[in-house]
Design a protein around this ligand. Structure first.
Ligand code: GCW
Length: 705
């Protein structure tokens, strides 16, 4: 009797614990809440009585566990595993689907209903895992399975997260607590979080992870740390996730005891060769290196008068025997260079096109400056023809409200992916430059700077989970729309009620345009506070390098505002193909969203709306504030339909966001007003505090810095 009560009590505690973590969001989009629509539930229950997974492997075991738990939760009744002939059959290279599977590359999958069974098949166990999550997503989003026939394969081969995580567990630009890698306790202690992380990534098709910060520490390449990396890699492998590391260019000196790191020096070449072999002795499927070189103080080949290609190729050759790749970042801008910062990466890398080894991918940020709220696409996309380019998106919201603001990034990613480079005439979108189809490259890759940390909900802001989800879905298939991704994510994370779903979707779709309005409207950029980049600092002009200062970017003066990148200015426009450069070069054809990115215009410049530029800027800032208030109203309508913990957490964060939007508006408008010497339009609310007040705000312990 006593024992029974004890068992009951601990079961109850577990239930309560599970409930609280679920409410706090630890489950991410894998909550598997029971289907509420009775009719659909009945259909699913009739169609799915059991499942069969053919074969044995760690991955297949994961599939069994996932299916059994997920289906039982979703259908609200146990769904048993059957040795043969279950209502769902999961089988590699299923004979009936051979035709389709033979045409499939990578880890694609097929889901097909035969009338009385649903078959999931693929060429690999990992493909089966993706297919399993694919099927579960169909059920989570309540699609009919009756005539289901889906063939899905990733458009991009290497779909990576980049963690900017340091060995001391801080995370550069991390806003969700500390790094999830507990290096101190590894390799002995495998935190369940590592496996949950791998599972979540597998559910959206992410297949690689760079564990360490691009501002790299050579110690990660020493045996002590390689043991730890191996432990993670072993845990991730069954989920199809390969491990990569950042390689500090000066490692041969720092941990190898050599006098130089010159990439043409034979001792250095040998050192890397041996180091790479050593890494593969720990991790036989190690993915390769990500390198930030000669950028923001990181060492690189130029320290020895060598080029980026010399550096990248030296590492690439060391990796070739093991099938590893080098992702060499194009985020470079020189210390001395008086050239417009937006032009420097292009100038540096274009002449190197065609000189890289086959296993080098040049990793390019979405825009030419640095993850700004909105940037025109990087001119390297489409321009480098011989070199595979990886897209680097930032998921962590360094310049986009960090962890206090709800900003759904899918529309931003899509704007860049869908932008036409005109490299081979119309229809040469950025996405095609990345997925390899534009110039027939055999490697394709994409990277997202992770927003994951130790916070119970992984990402700090509950809605920041949507950006992790979005990144994975777009890395898999860049043609999916932002609305569809939002729909899926909301249904899996928040609610099955379609009217509630529409409210959340609308709020999400407004959030990015809103943030651009209240932070950097009309092509303004890099106005953030020094160092931490939290909040506005358009007045900052005291940093050691000109191009670290907001005044360098907005160039506001008595005449006007904006950075002149036209042919008579810095001529950054001519880094684009003629169709685009022509459009950007002329203020009357330049899309207004990029206007002040490319043009320095008078305060009285006539905008399309008929307003002057000054008035338009002021109205945009106000609009951003109003949009956040509307988002608050929308959220408040959900009060009784969302669990109280998550509801109030988002409610509080939206209140902070609204105040931050006002702060941005007031600080920027008062600062620019000193130059424009014009009144604020009537519909713009008067500032809450003085410019002096805003200028004196300090955040010495802002996170992610
Ligand atoms: O966005 C800037 C960040 C740096 C970062 C750098 C980079 C890792 O402010 O923190 O360093 O970009 O991408 O290398």
């Amino acid at each position: 009797m006593k024992i029974t009560i004890q068992i009951l009590l601990s079961a109850l505690t577990l239930l309560i614990y599970q409930k609280t973590t679920a409410q706090a969001g630890y489950e991410l989009w894998l909550r598997y809440d029971r289907i509420q629509n009775e009719e659909r539930l009945e259909n699913y229950r009739n169609a799915i009585k059991s499942f069969t997974v053919e074969g044995q492997s760690e991955t297949l075991e994961i599939i069994r566990k996932e299916l059994s738990e997920a289906l039982t939760d979703l259908l609200g009744k146990p769904v048993e595993q059957q040795k043969i002939n279950g209502s769902i059959v999961i089988q590699k290279k299923h004979p009936n689907l051979n035709n389709q599977l033979e045409r499939m590359t990578f880890d694609g999958y097929v889901i097909k209903s035969t009338g009385d069974q649903i078959i999931i098949s693929a060429n690999s166990d990992i493909g089966l895992l993706y297919g399993t999550f694919g099927l579960l997503r169909l059920i989570q989003t309540q699609q009919s399975l009756e005539e289901v026939s889906i063939a899905s394969e990733p458009k991009i081969q290497e779909r990576l997260l980049n963690h900017w995580d340091n060995l001391d567990r801080t995370s550069e630009r991390g806003y969700a607590g500390f790094s999830i890698w507990d290096w101190h306790k590894l390799p002995g202690y495998i935190d369940q979080r590592y496996l949950d992380y791998a599972r979540a990534n597998a559910s959206i098709g992410i297949n690689g992870t760079v564990l360490t910060n691009v501002n790299a520490n050579a110690l990660i390449l020493t045996p002590t740390y390689l043991e730890k990396v191996k432990a993670l890699a072993d845990g991730f492998r069954p989920y199809g996730i390969k491990v990569y590391l950042t390689a500090r260019f000066s490692a041969p000196i720092e941990i190898g005891g050599l006098a130089t790191a010159d990439p043409l020096d034979s001792e250095v070449i040998n050192w890397w060769k041996n180091k790479v072999s050593e890494i593969y002795s720990y991790i036989p499927d190690f993915g390769g290196f990500l390198v930030k070189a000669n950028s923001e103080g990181q060492p690189g080949p130029q320290n020895y008068g060598r080029s980026h290609a010399d550096g990248a190729n030296m590492m690439a050759k060391a990796l070739q025997p093991h099938n590893g790749i080098v992702m060499w970042r194009a985020f470079v801008y020189s210390n001395e260079e008086p050239e417009d910062r937006a032009k420097q990466a292009f100038n540096e890398f274009m002449p190197l096109d065609g000189t890289f080894e086959d296993n080098v991918v040049v990793q390019v940020k979405n825009g030419a400056i640095d993850f700004q709220p909105r940037e025109p696409f990087h001119p390297l996309f489409g321009s480098m023809k011989e070199t595979p380019l990886a897209m680097e998106f930032q998921i962590t919201q360094e310049y986009l409200g960090q962890a206090t603001q709800l900003v759904y990034l899918a529309p931003m990613y899509k704007e860049v992916l869908d932008a036409d480079t005109y490299a081979k005439g119309k229809g040469s979108e950025v996405a095609k430059a990345i997925d390899g189809s534009l110039y027939n490259h055999s490697i394709s890759a994409i990277a997202g700077v992770a927003n994951i940390g130790t916070d119970i909900n992984w990402t700090g802001h509950p809605f920041a989970q949507s950006n992790w989800y979005t990144y994975g879905r777009l890395a898999w298939d860049h043609t999916i729309s932002s609305e569809k991704i939002a729909n899926e994510w909301i249904q899996m994370t928040w609610t099955q009620d379609s009217s509630k779903l529409s409210i959340i979707k609308e709020l999400m779709m407004t959030s990015w345009p809103a943030s651009v309005n209240y932070m950097t409207p009309l092509g303004l950029h890099h106005l953030m506070g020094t160092g931490h980049h939290y909040g506005p600092g358009p007045w900052v002009d005291n940093l050691p390098r000109a191009d670290w200062n907001p005044v360098y970017y907005h160039k506001a003066d008595k005449e006007g505002i904006g950075f002149d990148r036209t042919r008579t200015g810095s001529d950054a426009v001519d880094q684009y193909f003629p169709e685009i450069s022509k459009t950007f070069n002329d203020p009357t054809t330049c899309p207004e969203m990029y206007l002040l990115w490319f043009h320095h215009l008078p305060w009285d410049y006539k905008m399309k709306s008929g307003n002057t530029l000054w008035t338009e800027i002021a109205l945009r800032y106000q609009k951003g504030v109003d949009q956040v208030r509307e988002m608050q109203n929308q959220w408040n309508q959900l009060e009784n339909s969302i669990d109280p913990v998550r509801f109030s957490s988002v409610q509080m964060l939206l209140e902070i966001q609204a105040n931050e939007a006002i702060w941005w508006k007031d600080a920027c408008l008062q600062y620019f007003q000193q130059f424009s010497e014009r009144k604020l339009p009537k519909s713009v609310e008067p500032p809450k505090e003085s410019l002096d007040y805003y200028q004196k705000l300090r955040f010495p312990y802002a996170p992610g810095h």
